[in-house]
Design a protein around this ligand. Sequence first.
Ligand code: B12
Ligand code: SF4
Length: 468
Amino acid sequence: MRLYLINPSNPLVSIVNVNESRWNRYRVWKPLSLMVLAGLTPPGWKVTIVDENLGAPDYPSLPRPDLVGITAFTSQANRAYEVAAYYRGLGVPVVMGGIHATMCLDEVSERVDSVVTGEAESVWAELLEDARHGRLKPRYEGGRADINDLAPARHDLLPARYAFGAIQTTRGCPLNCSFCSVTTFNGAQYRQRPIPEVVREFRSIREKRVLVVDDNLIGTRSEHIARAKDLFRALVQADLRKEWVAQATINFADDEELLALAAQAGCRGVFIGFESPTPEGLREIGKKINLVKGRDFRASVRRIQRHNILVVGSFIIGLDVDEPGIGQQIAALASHYGLDNLNTLFLTPLPGTRLWDQMKSDDRIALDTFPEDWRYYTLTFPVAQYKRLSLDEIIEEMASCNRSFYSLPRIVRRVWSNFWQRRQPLISLVGNLSYRSNIRVDGEAYANFRRRHHDSFRSLPNATASPA
Ligand code: B12
Ligand code: SF4
């Protein structure tokens, strides 16, 4: 039995666009979901993973499969449906799973033969057995998996063209920020894989650099931090000589032992969501962990960097409290914190989030011709009515934020300082150039976007008024 597992690509997602932005070649990410599914697939199935981010294959020239499985974030849904339609046209059954299939079940069910909601571990073997006997059910509910005994992902199945391998050590997040799908999808309970299994899987990754995809590698409670330290000790002991980057909350900076162990274990960079420069903004999206009284973000960033770990910070533009000037405010604050890279995104109502429910009930979703408009749900396009910023204003805020933080003199200053402090100057340079060139790609896309979608955006009654 031949199984194709397909990661569709969306050319509007600049960070995965290897052709237009050559610096992205140094940061191509592996689609871990499909490697995990391949790991769960029993012998008897010949599995091929197709990652369209490396270039879509000529499907008609591939051997006919017996089953096609497609993953999709919301931004990939349109292309997923095109691929599904092609294979269904050939009479090949198509199953779709992942975050978009879970959040938009009805839409997806109309376009594929079978949908898996939630995490696939508990239902994948049953589905394959059903497919083998030609009795696929329209829906399988995966729910949340017991991650104490996961089959290792198939790290061997993809070509050696990726800059980073990928691994997951925990699932779930208790923080439930309004714009994020993780708590709805993976649950509020922070589930941790057994450390020996993580170390074994780490060892099986052939890339020297690895992305730890956990939404928060260290967690929020003292027992989570203790487990993270144990994991780092085990990685040090295993002497894997891997370098890795991860996502964490700002409390990463609060424990010197944790930082020292992370660095020894190979941590070279951390991605942290700062989200908003103001407490009002943080309260609006419910990012309580960033509201801890007395937190000095600049000092926190410096503490992490002293361990030779780069800090990439993420901010959102388009909150109800954001007014003209927000772009400059974010760029100035990011420079003041000393961030190595800045990732600023538009506030985007993703299906299944509290933000989606809120904006939908307020009739503020501007791009709502679905599924066509999902292609813009990349967080790099404005898709909603923003309270105090018109379409032109919000695009200008994003441009001015990026122009300022990624100006050539500022890049030179940052990379020079990284060089001087021996803190990953090469990675810092590639990161800065890659962001700069993605901004150019996004900028070119905006001109077209504005022309096509200007009429979908109307000003809210109090647009550009000062906050009360
Ligand atoms: C790593 C990651 C990335 C990597 C992607 C690497 C890759 N090629 O896959 C990078 C950095 C490139 C990335 C980019 C983006 N990401 Co991202 N990313 C993640 C992250 C942190 C982990 C994903 C992961 O690998 N999980 C581990 C695997 C094992 O879990 P899984 O994917 O859920 O798969 C399981 C199930 O879903 C299911 N399943 C999945 N696919 C399929 C398919 C079939 C057939 C079946 C049966 C089952 C199944 O089975 C798997 C095992 O249980 C998630 C958050 C999260 N917790 O999922 C966000 C997340 C997926 N990203 C998100 C977003 C918004 C984006 C971006 C649009 C914006 C951005 N700038 O971040 C871009 C879009 C990229 C694109 N290609 O379109 C959102 C998506 C929400 C949504 N509704 O789409 C998430 C959920 C984060 C969030 N804050 O809400 N991302
Ligand atoms: S944004 Fe980060 S901290 Fe907030 S719910 Fe999502 S994963 Fe958790």
